[in-house]
Design a protein around this ligand. Structure first.
Ligand SMILES: Cc1cc2nc3c(=O)[nH]c(=O)nc-3n(C[C@H](O)[C@H](O)[C@H](O)COP(=O)(O)OP(=O)(O)OC[C@H]3O[C@@H](n4cnc5c(N)ncnc54)[C@H](O)[C@@H]3O)c2cc1C
Length: 299
């Protein structure tokens, strides 16, 4: 049996109208099931997703959907933050609801959205469910403590695919990027590609993080469709694809190589839509560029 708790919509902020919203769901400290009280515990690992049951505006029902957490349980326990985009697929259901006036109305009325928990009956604990407990090439759960501190990681995010990497960046910051004694600590490069300036997520926070930890963090936002005249970062797609039909495509990854010339010495992590993730990995492969490890998640 699946256990859930109602989480209050704590924040619903429009990033790009009709396209992207920041969502925060606040869980209570305790809950009761069949007369028994459980303490709600949150140890979600950066890079994992929680399961919520938002409203589907196409089907008119509550639906189960996963959302990658963009903050960390480490410093914000029981406050689940994510960024949700409208997929514009024919089947779009909950992704369009999150952008709606009805969602704003729920937020203003302090309504709740159910979030999945896992019970430990003996201990009387209810743990926030996370989608994976192990690191695999097809997920972005952060490596265990003791491992990530020695890694040089390049994260490439397409749109809301930035969510797992925001969690990494905040976790690394909270842990001083793993710098301890003689240990140099981790290095994180975040390439965040969005269509226009209004779609950037937590831009100011990331700029400030780069200024605070210049030896450990590099932030490279990319605007693909339009940019302000004074835009000081990258412009245009990080890979150019020419389609010759019947699945035959030429992938030019030179813009990506300009940003990250030494990907072979780094661990590559990719998140976003299926096509962009596939084109980047294929482009690297065809150019004989083999990162130390590659892990990618697409929705
Ligand atoms: C691990 C993970 C992390 C994610 N993180 C984010 C995130 O951070 N931000 C974000 O915007 N999105 C994220 N997503 C995608 C998100 O869960 C939704 O799929 C997306 O928002 C689109 O939702 P939708 O309801 O509009 O359409 P869809 O989820 O594409 O659903 C479309 C249709 O498929 C059906 N369907 C979908 N899933 C199932 C299923 N499991 N079983 C049966 N029918 C199904 C639906 O009923 C509907 O008819 C993540 C997905 C996964 C798997």
């Amino acid at each position: 049996m699946e256990h859930v708790v109602g989480a209050r919509i704590h924040q619903l902020r429009t990033i790009d109208p009709g396209e992207i919203r920041l969502v925060q769901l606040a869980l209570p400290e305790e809950m009761e099931i069949a007369g028994k009280r459980y303490t709600i515990r949150d140890t979600m690992r950066p890079g994992t997703a929680f399961l919520a049951k938002p409203w589907g505006d196409r089907t008119g029902k509550y639906r189960r959907r996963m959302y990658t957490r963009s903050n960390t349980s480490f410093n914000q326990p029981r406050l689940l933050e994510t960024f949700i985009n409208h997929t514009h697929r024919d089947q779009s259901d909950t992704s369009s609801w999150w952008q709606s006036a009805m969602a704003i109305d729920w937020f203003e009325k302090e309504k709740t959205v159910e979030v999945r928990l896992q019970l430990d009956e003996e201990a009387g604990d209810a743990w926030v469910y996370e989608n994976t407990k192990v690191c695999k090439s097809t997920n972005l759960r952060l490596e265990d403590n003791g491992i990530w501190e020695g890694m040089r990681i390049v994260c490439v995010a397409f749109g809301t695919g930035i969510t797992p990497f925001l969690s990494y960046a905040r976790y690394f910051k909270a842990n001083n990027f793993g710098r301890k004694g003689a240990k140099a600590g981790a290095h994180l490069t975040l390439v965040a590609s969005v269509r226009h300036e209004g779609q950037l997520m937590l831009h100011e926070e990331l700029v400030a993080l780069e200024q605070q930890f210049p030896q450990h963090f590099r932030y490279q936002p990319v605007l693909t469709r339009s940019w302000p005249t004074a835009w000081g970062y990258l412009k245009g797609r990080i890979l150019h694809v020419v389609n010759y039909g019947s699945g035959n495509e030429q992938i030019d990854i030179s813009p990506f190589q300009t940003i990250v010339p030494d990907i072979a010495q780094a661990h590559l992590r990719i998140c976003g839509n299926v096509t962009a993730c596939r084109q980047l990995t294929l482009g690297l492969e065809r150019n004989g560029l083999v990162p130390l490890t590659v892990r990618a998640e697409s929705w």
